[in-house]
Write a protein that binds this ligand. Sequence first.
Ligand code: TYM
Length: 339
Amino acid sequence: MSDTPSTGAKKRIFSGMQPSGEAHLGNYLGALRRWVGMQDDYDCIWCIVDEHAITAGADPASMPAMVFDLAVSYLAVGLDPEKAIIFVQSDVPEHTELAWLFNAVTPVGDLERMTQYKDKSQNLESIPAGILNYPILQAADILLYKAYGVPVGADQKQHLELTREIARKFNAAYGDTFPVTEPLIGEDVGRIVGLDGKSKMSKSLNNTVPVLSEPDDVWARVRTAVTDPQRVRRDDPGRPEVCNVYSLHAFFTDDTTRTDIETRCRAGTIGCVDCKRILSDNISDAFAPYRERARQYLENPDQVRRVLNEGAEKARVIARETLAETKQRMGLNWREALS
Ligand code: TYM
C-alpha cells in the first residue's frame, strides 16, 4: 500500500453526500454528526457529489440550489472550512478522469452485483450506464485523495468494499499507487429507517426529516411517522422494539424519558401522537443552533461561495498530483516518456 498523504501527522479521510437539498436525519446521524467530530483528529475532505446525483436524473434547473442548500447544511452542522476542505465534485474534473481510468480495472460483474445498482435499475426499461458505473466514480472520489478512511453510513458498505477492490486491482496491475481505504462505518447508528417505518430514510422516498426544518415542519413530518402497526387504539399496548419512532428517540431523548415512554407504551398509557410530539420537540431543540447558523449563511451567500471556491482550489492541488501519477503508471505520459 502506498503512503497516505496527510497534513502533518494526521491521516486523511474523505466523504461525500449527494446534493438532494438539505441534509436529513439519516445523513446527519449516519454521516454528518460523525464528520464534525473527526475534524480535529483527521485531515478531512468533505465533498458535495453533484456528478453522482446526475445518475439519478437530477433536475438541472434545481441542481445549483440543491448544491447550495447542501453546502449550507454542511456549514450549519459544523463542518469547518478552517479545518477541512469543503468543495463540489464537478469543480474538480480529475474525479471523472480518474473514474474513466478505473474502468480499466473494474469487472462489470462486480458492478452488477451492487445492491444499490439492482435497486435503482429495477423498474427501468433502459438503464443508464451511470447507474452501473456509479461506484467507480465513488472509488475515484476517495482514491484521488489517497484517503486512509471514509466515514459513511452502513448503506455505503458495499460501495466501499468495491473501492478497496479497485485499489487492489490497480496496484496489482500498475504498481503500488493507492491505499486500500478503510470504511469507517457508524455501526452504532446503522441504517436510519424513514418515517414510513420500513425503508432507508432517503429524500427520494419522501420519508425524511430535514435537519434544518422549522419546528412546525418537523412536527408536520414526524406526526406522519408509522409506528407499531398492531397498535390501533390509543390504549392498545405497543411494542417499542418494532417502532421506528421509538428507535429515533434513542438519538434525541434522555434515558429517563425513554424508559418512561417504553413503560407507558407497553402499558398503553401513552399514545403514539404524544410520543411523536416528544420526539419532534427534541429534534427541533437539538437542531436549533444549526437553524440559526444556516440563517446566517443564507443571508450571506457569498460566504458559502467563497468556502466552495477555496475548497475546490485546495482539492485540485492534490487531485492533479494523483491523476498525473496514475496516468504515468498507466503509460498515459508519452510526452515525458519520450523526451
Ligand atoms: P448519500 O448522499 O446517499 O448519503 C450521504 C451520507 O449519509 C449516509 N446516509 C445514511 N446513513 C444512515 N441511514 C440512512 N438512512 C442514510 N441515508 C444516508 C450515507 O451512508 C452517506 O454516508 N454514494 C454516496 C455518496 C458518495 C460518497 C463518495 C460517499 C459519492 N462519493 C465518496 C463517500 C465517499 C451516497 O449516495 O451517499
